[in-house]
Design a protein around this ligand. Structure first.
Ligand code: ZN
Length: 313
């Protein structure tokens, strides 16, 4: 039996997993992310933690296929990590550094892309080698898998679907500075933004007025109870997301769309809202896609990172 490590580097903690080559978890653990001095100690501390686990599990270098890593920033195909503000990294080839310390092959990818690969391997995208994962959290992220491999693009920015324009008439700005991006409607903050605008501009009867600190979960919960305004907000989110996915389909034609992130905890009401609008304005050849909820939660990153080490095998 051979093994691989999957590592998901976040701004506060680093999630680590040791897997068999078939994708069974041997053990999971976490270490804190040491961001001091521009994150220079992160590679060394991570390598030390991996070496310690190899010792405890009595694994030789020959038994380790590799170490895969997801990082919160753009990554080029050679493992060069561009700007990572959450870690303090700026143009670091973490792949070369880790390979020198560990003596095993290392693969590095953007965390959203790596999570998509994890869902494709062992989660909601199982069985679909061409799929797009959409992560609906504070923002909107994406990861595109074609032929079972991550598509990262020339700047590591492929599948940044949160920043597809879905409403050219929008006057508010997205976090990136542009206007009318998907993230302004389909993220947790986006649906709350739409709700506040609606409640301020119309005198409508809705249970949403009773929340002092309205959240995306509140809106979905009230929609499930039948509140008309909440239902209409969920429908608007679904229509913008479906529009963005139809654009992706016209370029990449994946088989499946997998929806994850905190907002996806809303469940089938969200999938229904997207499916309802997806076929509205799309080429017949691009209809009939599969829409699934993500299944791995916060572990998608370590699964995908481990899967990267098995590519070309
Ligand atoms: Zn944007």
């Amino acid at each position: 039996m051979r093994y691989c490590f999957g590592i998901d580097i976040g701004g506060t903690s680093i999630k680590c997993g040791l897997f068999t080559q078939d994708g069974a978890v041997v053990r999971k653990w976490e270490i804190p992310t040491n961001r001091e001095a521009g994150g220079v100690k992160i590679p060394g501390e991570l390598a030390a933690s991996i070496s310690e686990v190899m010792g405890e599990e009595k694994l030789t270098q020959d038994q380790v296929i590799g170490v895969g890593m997801g990082v919160p920033g753009p990554v080029l195909a050679d493992g060069m990590v561009l700007l990572c503000p959450n870690l303090g990294w700026d143009h670091i080839n973490v792949r070369v550094m880790m390979e020198q310390m560990l003596g095993v092959p290392v693969r590095v990818g953007n965390d959203a892309n790596v999570a998509a690969l994890g869902e494709q391997w062992k989660g909601g995208g199982r069985g679909y080698s061409d799929m797009l994962m959409v992560t609906l959290g504070t923002g909107v992220g994406g990861g595109l898998i074609l032929g079972g491999k991550i598509v990262c693009g020339s700047n590591g920015a492929a599948a940044e679907i949160g920043h597809i324009v879905v409403n050219p008439e929008e006057t508010d700005r997205c976090g990136c500075g542009c206007r009318g991006h998907l993230e302004q409607y389909a993220s947790a903050t986006g649906i709350v933004r739409m709700a506040k605008k609606r409640l301020a501009s119309e005198s409508v009867a809705t249970s949403l007025h009773s929340f002092n600190n309205l959240t995306a979960k509140d809106i979905f919960d009230e929609a499930k109870k039948g509140d008309e305004v909440a239902c209409s907000l969920v429908d608007t989110l679904g229509s913008y997301l479906a529009l963005a996915l139809s654009h992706v389909a016209a370029v990449a034609d994946p088989v499946a769309f997998v929806i994850g992130g905190g907002v996806s905890k809303a469940g089938s009401i969200l999938i229904d809202a997207i499916e309802k609008h997806y076929n509205d304005n799309i080429l017949p050849a691009l209809r009939g896609k599969v829409f699934r909820l993500a299944e791995l939660g916060n572990d998608a990153g370590i699964y995908g990172a481990a899967r990267m080490t098995l590519e070309d095998r």
